[in-house]
Design a protein around this ligand. Structure first.
Ligand code: AMP
Length: 227
């Protein structure tokens, strides 16, 4: 039997810092990250026919069709699994149907993935404040995340410029206040069903308090799951 590859589902509301922690795991541990949100945005910016269907859904804060997401995820795993030390699923699965389809996929095609869920815990009030202040690098290959909150540890060194690749920073259309509230409602609608199902499937679920600095969150995460 082939060796196991560690895989983590980062589960948590938008703005909880899933993408930021995943970036640190990439930089410091050499892991790979699948962000379904990034994948969707890449299709949109490249103007693929698939991207044209997704644009409206994302702008409205709703979720993309489950089977479409699963197709993208399957293709991505196939391309990355061989070289991956560990994989982070950021923002997937997001609904009960996605979780059911994912479990089926793991059993049939990727039994070597050893799954664990990291549940990001934080209040909605803090999230709204964070999301509205979030800025993202517009370079689709980078997509680093910053904040324009005063004295945040994630302020860019130069205003509105990415520290890493020097591209401009933008505010995502779905980080506008009214869409943020819609996205949080959608998240909470699916959260419990999803976690209950995963628990029944025997996935280990670890809670991670993300109301602290990203450095402390990273240390706590490493302590929880090991390198
Ligand atoms: P994110 O960057 O993870 O906050 O995702 C941004 C948007 O992409 C979401 O509001 C959805 O419209 C879409 N999206 C990302 N991941 C998924 C998913 N697993 N299922 C359905 N829609 C998704």
């Amino acid at each position: 039997m082939s060796e196991c590859t560690k895989a983590f589902i980062f589960s948590g509301p938008p703005g909880a810092g899933k993408g930021t922690l995943a970036q640190l795991c990439k930089q410091k541990l050499g892991w790979v990250q699948l962000s379904t949100g990034d994948l969707c945005r890449k299709h949109i910016s490249e103007g693929t026919s698939f991207g044209k269907q997704l644009d409206f859904v994302i702008k409205s804060g709703k979720l993309v069709d489950d089977t479409v997401i699963l197709e993208m995820v399957t293709e991505w795993i196939e391309q990355h699994i061989v070289m991956a030390k560990a994989i982070i699923f950021d923002g997937f699965p997001r609904t009960l149907v996605q979780a059911e389809l994912f479990v089926e996929l793991l059993e049939k095609r990727f039994p070597q993935l050893s799954m664990q869920i990291i549940n990001f815990e934080i209040s909605d009030e803090i999230l709204v404040e964070r999301l509205v202040a979030r800025r993202t690098c517009q370079n689709k290959k980078c997509q680093a995340i910053y904040s324009v909150r005063k004295c945040s540890s994630r302020n860019p060194k130069i205003k509105e410029i990415c520290d890493l690749c020097k591209s401009s920073l933008i505010q995502r259309v779905d980080d506008l206040p009214e869409t943020v509230i819609k996205r949080l409602q959608v998240y909470h609608q699916h959260e419990k069903l999803l976690l209950n199902y995963c628990e029944k499937q025997g996935f280990k679920i670890e809670a991670l308090n993300v109301k602290q600095s990203i450095e402390k969150i990273f240390d706590k995460f490493v302590e929880l799951v090991g390198k």
